[in-house]
Design a protein around this ligand. Sequence first.
Ligand code: AMP
Length: 281
Amino acid sequence: MRTVGDIRGLRAVVQAWKKEGLRVGFVPTMGNLHAGHFSLIELARRYADRVVASVFVNPTQFGPNEDYTRYPRSLAEDSVGLVEHGCDVLFAPTVEVMYPFGPEHALRIHVPDVGDTLEGAHRPGHFDGVATVVAKLFAMVEPDVAVFGQKDCQQLLVVRRLVRELALSLEIVTGPIVREPDGLAMSSRNRYLDAHQRTRAPELHATLQWMHDSFVEGHALHAVEGAALRRLQRAGFEPDYMVVRRAADLGIPAPDERTGLLALGAARLGHTRLIDNLAFD
Ligand code: AMP
């Protein structure tokens, strides 16, 4: 595996592959890689001849009081894992490479509607940062296919909208959520949890499952959502939202809508903010 930090070096490798007629897959990450990330590398391999992964902790998608500076960084270990999972190139740029005018003066892409609700409402500016960095990365890597995890299902919808409106010529592929044996969705932020919080953390996934079961039993959505919030509060979380939405656009479902739905939740456990979701189909 080659590691490159500059755009010129990245382009040289990718252009050489393209000249050979090879299909290029891309997996953007913020590093501190776990089995969820590696599953996306393997998925990319199934859709492409060569795989590029990026590791970049993107400052513009963090709010002023969020964890940008303490976000876990572990490039040496990430690199070992990427080699083991068949990655061909690791693109690990600096902030200066990604934001030549500085993050505060960077161009910003706003994705309305699907980017404004839920995570977008609770983390103002977050999806502007995501859309901007993903557009930059796509322009640098020029992949034929890019792979994203269902774990960040709203991010995925934001990226799909970006690709559609900019008419980018690439395919977006989704990988399923990889979970710990107790149901907790794998996340780089799980390492912030202390031992006691870690034993409670699976309750987020358990509550999403309970929302699904209650929905199947025929309970009204708003009652299910309210009960889910209370259930998580009792378990020691501070939930931001626990909702059932349309999977296609995160719109609020009509009372008789039964298909194409998903439950999404975000909740703080101590200082750690966890998100998860569960498709109902
Ligand atoms: P991040 O490094 O958190 O920005 O995530 C990079 C990519 O990995 C995104 O497409 C995430 O949705 C995906 N991802 C993160 N956690 C998981 C997981 N537990 N299972 C599957 N994909 C994941």
